[in-house]
Design a protein around this ligand. Structure first.
Ligand SMILES: Nc1ncnc2c1ncn2[C@@H]1O[C@H](COP(=O)(O)OP(=O)(O)O)[C@@H](O)[C@H]1O
Ligand code: SF4
Ligand SMILES: [Mg+2]
Length: 338
């Protein structure tokens, strides 16, 4: 096998477009030149307001041929050019958990049938052992063997999301794509599921691409955070960096929207208005119409992605050294001589 790098998943320069509007005559770019790397066993959080392209990106990972351009590599293998058996293996190793477990679980299958179905499909383990394997997984996610006999409608929202996680985990995947898995749950249940995901990652060493519109939700969970705005990743860094030294005004405004004022933090940035339509993106920096820190070139110059780290970049608002692996798209962060 040709392994190009050590990442579990690499997304390179991915572009996702839709034909939309009257007679599908308009073209909308939902994901624009996105690159990211997910390491084995890590939790990679993808955060941004509704409409920023998170689901389009997440869903294209398992159907890369629908992308306009770019590539998705799993263990260094390009999923758009993989053999049929290679794709089947990737589908086992990359599982998806959706926002609404009720919609994603079959109402006519008991919980146990829901869990044994993928074991049968991928022929995992001996047929006689599959039921006990499924029950063991139910217990791992905090459910009981008796819950296995129930149907989805008889479970609470939190229990259903546990079943959805168990169904994804039972085939022992390497990566779970969880697209807003908490947004149909109330806050108390959200906290429990977050704890569960954190435990499972440690226990089963599975990586997550965890999609959320709420930056505060991923604080306790993520190893890496990518912030998406109008189809672009505008900031990507180890989670500690994003929360202690957010470099992009959009990230700062998302944090300010949820955090109590902290005198050690840069001045609050208030997020105004709604994101623009990706059908008519603003010129220059696509965030400029909502950015309270914009400078003169922002309405005409498209910010390149730069890697922060001394001596590159000059920190206009943050204090302290900036780590490598902290990438940002903002004209405030041009190198001093650029
Ligand atoms: N199938 C589709 N056809 C046309 N436009 C779509 C389709 N799916 C998503 N979009 C548009 O693409 C943009 C990104 O949507 P989406 O990926 O769902 O964002 P998010 O998950 O961040 O809310 C939005 O403007 C949305 O309206
Ligand atoms: S490039 Fe300009 S408008 Fe865009 S985020 Fe940076 S300061 Fe704001
Ligand atoms: Mg979405």
């Amino acid at each position: 096998m040709n392994r190009e790098n050590s990442s579990l998943l690499s997304v390179r320069d991915l572009v996702v477009r839709y034909r939309t509007g009257k007679h599908r005559g308009a073209e909308l770019t939902a994901v624009r030149n996105v690159s990211l790397e997910i390491e084995a066993g890590n939790i990679f959080a993808l955060v941004g307001e509704s409409g920023s392209g998170k689901s389009s990106l997440a869903q294209t990972i398992l159907r890369p041929r629908t992308a306009e351009s770019g590539s998705v590599l799993f263990h260094g293998e390009d999923l758009a050019n993989i053999s049929k058996s290679g794709m089947k293996k990737a589908r086992k190793n990359i599982q998806i958990v959706f926002q609404d477990p009720l919609a994603s679980l079959s109402p006519r299958r008991t919980v146990l049938q829901t869990l044994t179905e993928p074991l049968n499909h991928f022929r995992i383990g001996a047929a006689a052992d599959r039921e006990s394997r499924a029950i063991a997984m139910l217990e791992t996610v905090g459910l009981t063997a008796e819950d296995g006999n129930r149907y989805p409608h008889a479970l609470s929202g939190g229990q259903r999301q546990r079943v959805a996680l168990a169904r994804a985990l039972v085939v022992e995947p390497e990566l779970i794509i969880a697209d807003e898995p908490l947004s149909s749950l109330d806050v108390r249940v959200q906290a429990k599921i977050l704890d569960l995901i954190s435990d499972l990652r440690d226990k089963l060493s599975v990586a997550f691409l965890f999609v959320s519109h709420d930056l505060s939700v991923v604080r306790q969970l993520a190893d890496t955070v990518a912030v998406m705005y109008l189809g672009r990743i505008v900031e990507c860094a180890p989670a500690g960096e994003v929360f202690s030294r957010p470099a992009h005004p959009y990230t700062r405004s998302l944090l300010n929207a949820v955090a109590a004022p902290d005198p050690r933090r840069p001045a609050p940035v208030v997020l105004k208005g709604e994101p623009p339509s990706p059908l008519t993106p603003p010129t220059g920096c696509v965030f400029h119409k909502r950015c309270t820190e914009m400078i003169e070139p922002c309405s005409s110059v498209v910010p390149e992605e730069i890697e922060l780290g001394e001596p590159d970049g000059y920190p206009p608002k943050s204090k302290g050294a900036i780590n490598a692996n902290h990438r940002v798209r903002c004209l405030l962060w041009r190198t001093p001589n650029a």
